[in-house]
Ligand binder design. Structure first.
Ligand code: HEM
Length: 411
């Protein structure tokens, strides 16, 4: 089958998943959990084909939804909460757990966000958390280096953010292994049942932990969230559990995926590793370039009012998904989109969101990526894709990630 046919195959659709007002030319066979063109494991090259069609598309998958593929449209839907509600943030609808903040619209959203903001300032990330993050990352790299090879996703990318989270919330030592297990089940490739079970167990435990920390005077974020119970505006226990869970979930697979994709690109092009070693001052620009190149989220929203954009007539009650992975590959914004180029002129990206829901953890996430690149450049020899192991494969998911990344290096 020709490449360009893949994204636009005729699909056998249920009539109710293509409403009559949708122009047939906009209908594509795009299932974000199993997109066409991923045969060689590269999600980004697979979905790039969607840019051959109209900017705003309709897919019949997952109950039917609109798909925004371009930088400007993704930004527009991220920013315009007046038209696009976060009460549904995934497709098919009705499956997203209640997590105050990310599943709220302003003005409710604003009161939760105001409570969380002070923990995620740039100053706090750099001054308070950065030395601890560096110790964790450096320790992990020192564990791996003598081995000469690693499956980087499970041995580094996944474990690093989890250990950072333990530290961040001061998780009791006897629960850390348990958390690792829940994390693996929730973000791993297990079935839906295993994910739901892990989520339920973790929620129950977080509830207990918040109860234990009520009236505590420790300065960790879970103690602070627990003490919001004294504030009339946050008195429901499940609100607090949802907030605490979001702090865990928000910084896990996102950072793990960024760690993984960045290492994949570095391993494919050793000259980029050499550049980081020779010129560490370029690392902040490298962080932005990796973020641009690897949009991860399938930002979804419930359309609140009928709206027409670029000829697409969208109706209230329908869902729209902004594919940030495609937004970062928009050739109208970025020349030579697939190439990682640390010298690219400063360019905005949508990977960390925009508007009211712009990632609250952005300063922390950026710092974690920077520290990871600094420590890899300092401590690791040149790493390569392990020729004796399977090639890396992306793992399509609401937050895109890597299934595996086998690396090797000289010891
Ligand atoms: C570098 C990796 C990261 C990426 C790519 C990322 C991406 C995003 C995006 C796109 C959003 C907006 C979602 C939407 O519009 O519906 C978001 C929101 C959020 N992120 Fe991140 N994130 C990252 C790191 C983190 C970290 C380290 C934390 C810390 C715990 C975090 C916590 C959150 C929270 C709590 C929200 C909800 C904000 C709100 O609804 O107001 N993220 N993130």
């Amino acid at each position: 089958m020709a490449d360009d046919a893949l994204a636009f195959d005729t699909v056998d659709v249920r009539p109710d998943t293509v409403p009559p007002h949708v122009d047939p030319e906009r209908v594509v066979d795009y299932d974000y959990m199993n997109p066409p063109g991923m045969e060689d494991g590269d999600y980004y090259r697979g979905i790039k084909r969607l840019h051959q069609g109209p900017d705003i598309l309709w897919t019949p998958h997952h109950g039917g939804h609109w798909v925004a593929t371009r930088f400007d449209d993704v930004k527009w839907m991220q920013e315009t909460w007046q038209l696009f509600s976060s009460h549904e943030i995934g497709v098919p609808v009705g499956r997203s757990p209640y997590m105050p903040l990310i599943t709220d619209d302003p003005p409710d959203h604003s009161r939760y966000r105001a409570a969380l903001n002070p923990f995620f300032t740039k100053r706090r990330a750099e001054e308070e958390y950065q030395p601890r993050v560096r110790r964790i990352i450096a320790g992990l790299l020192e564990e791996l280096r003598p081995k000469g090879k690693a499956e980087w996703v499970s041995e580094f990318s996944f474990v690093g953010p989890l250990r950072i989270f333990w530290d961040f919330v001061d998780l009791p030592y006897d629960k850390r292994e348990q958390f690792l297990g829940w994390g693996r089940a929730m973000f791993g490739l297990g079935g839906l049942e295993a994910r739901l079970k892990a989520h339920a167990e973790m929620s129950a435990y977080i509830g207990e932990l918040l109860d234990q920390r009520l009236d505590g005077d420790s300065d960790d974020i879970f103690t602070a969230i627990s003490n919001w119970r004294h504030n009339k505006r946050y008195e429901k226990r499940e609100e607090l559990i949802g907030m605490a869970e979001l702090v865990f979930v928000g910084g896990q697979d996102t950072v793990a995926s960024q760690f993984g994709f960045a290492m994949q690109r570095l391993a494919e092009r050793p000259e980029l590793q050499q550049r980081l070693k020779d010129d560490p001052a370029v690392i902040p620009a490298a962080v932005e370039e990796f973020l641009r190149r690897h949009g991860l989220t399938h930002t979804s929203r419930l359309i609140k009012e009928d709206v027409t954009r670029k000829g697409a007539t969208m109706k209230a009650g329908e869902m729209i998904m902004g594919v940030t992975g495609l937004s970062g590959l928009d050739e109208r914004m970025y020349p030579d989109t697939f190439t990682v180029d640390f010298d690219r002129e400063a360019c905005p990206h949508n990977t960390l969101g925009n508007g009211a829901h712009k990632c609250v953890g952005a300063p922390l996430g950026r710092m974690e990526m920077r520290v990871m690149l600094e420590e890899v450049a300092k401590r690791m020899p040149i790493v390569r894709l392990d020729p004796d192991q399977p090639a890396p494969r992306a793992a399509p998911a609401p937050v895109l990630g890597l299934r595996n990344l086998h690396l090797s290096w000289e010891v």
